[in-house]
Write a protein that binds this ligand. Structure first.
Ligand code: SF4
Length: 352
């Protein structure tokens, strides 16, 4: 019975698919870049990033050779920077072992750094017409509703079951369209937030949850682990027009990116001034900035901030600081969006 969804889904997809820049042509590299970007980010937000990325790095070789700072800059704002580091690593393997062309093999794709079963399936089926499934969160949701399956979709074993069932019905002549149809249905009809649009669904007649009135109960997901809350204080330390930033450690959260200096905890104004003096700077003026929040996957930062005017940044002894004005920083240094609320206080060079 499940195989009855295949043709209606493919026809619906071909008539209704959204026009997206990575769908213009079959190109394994474009599919790869877009799928990695889409892992944590909405389609509309990804579009300009994708176009800029492939404009600067048009193929695997360009990605493999891209300097780290430039790569971080191209990814700035997308978050989860290890994704793009893994991409570069995989691109280097593709250059050395596959002459710069992503392999047309599900298993070989899967062996590349940062490519899991979903991404390998998407590249293999969309770019190379290989009949393998590509199961992401959208597909898991749609599938659990069609089959009225109440197993926890966060479990790897459930994902594997879905992959196996989809493999059985995978149309050999259009695996890419079938996979994309399932994803698209999950993105625009059988949506994650808000009510599913079952009256517009091309496979409603085959959907068990729809027939039994259980759509709102599915999918079943085990509750996520609670995020750890971390309080931080962010310093916008400035002389006339420049602001102090420094590089984060090469390991851990936001590794190797740049940041505004910051400290654990919510510091009072006096504590903040003390901290700045410990950096061998001479504070002249301090102003409290509004609070801000940033959510990472497992951690939530609750931030307070201070803008602190210092006498001269030249006299600093804190050698890890870089002093930059806003435009130069935008061009050169990737600062994660966690600091967005405070970056706006950086200054332009006077006269610009
Ligand atoms: S009928 Fe409704 S619940 Fe079933 S797949 Fe379609 S949109 Fe999803």
């Amino acid at each position: 019975m499940l195989n009855e969804i295949v043709q209606p889904l493919i026809s619906w997809y071909r008539q209704n698919k959204r026009i997206l820049p990575w769908r213009d042509q079959k190109n394994a590299y474009y599919t790869w870049v877009s799928e990695i970007m889409l892992q944590q980010t909405r389609v509309e937000a990804v579009k300009p990033y994708f176009l800029r990325f492939i404009g600067e790095l048009p193929d695997v070789k360009a990605l493999a050779e891209c300097p780290e700072e430039k790569l971080m800059k191209l990814w700035e704002g997308l978050g989860y920077y290890n994704r793009v580091r893994n991409m570069k690593n995989a691109a280097q393997t593709v250059v050395s072992e596959y002459s710069g062309i992503l392999p047309a093999s599900y298993e070989e794709l899967l062996a590349l750094k940062g490519i899991g079963s979903y991404t390998a399936g998407a590249i293999a089926s969309i770019a190379y017409d290989i009949p393998v499934p590509a199961v992401d969160g959208n597909v898991l949701r749609v599938f659990s509703r069609i089959t009225e399956d109440r197993q926890d979709i966060m479990k790897q074993s459930v994902r594997r079951q879905v992959e196996e069932k989809l493999l059985e019905i995978m149309p050999k002549e259009a695996p890419g369209d079938f996979n994309q149809a399932l994803m698209e249905l999950g993105a625009v009809v059988c949506v994650p937030n808000g009510p599913a649009r079952c009256t517009e669904c091309p496979i409603a007649e085959f959907c068990r949850a729809y027939h039994h009135g259980t759509v709102d109960e599915l999918p079943v997901k085990a509750p996520k682990k609670k995020r750890t809350i971390e309080n931080r204080t962010v310093f916008v330390i400035q002389d006339g027009e420049r602001t102090a930033i420094h590089k984060r450690p090469e390991e851990g959260l936001l590794a190797g990116l740049y940041e505004l200096p910051n400290a654990e905890g919510h510091l009072s104004m006096d504590e903040a001034l003390e901290r700045v003096k410990e950096m061998a700077l001479e504070p002249l003026y301090i102003e409290a900035l509004p609070e801000a929040k940033h959510i990472f996957s497992h951690i939530e930062w609750r931030m307070t901030g201070y803008r602190i005017r210092v006498s001269s940044l030249e006299e600093r002894k804190e050698s890890s600081f870089i002093f930059t004005e806003k435009k130069q920083s935008e061009k050169q240094y990737a600062i994660p969006s966690a600091f967005r609320a405070y970056i706006k206080y950086m200054k332009e060079k006077s006269g610009k």
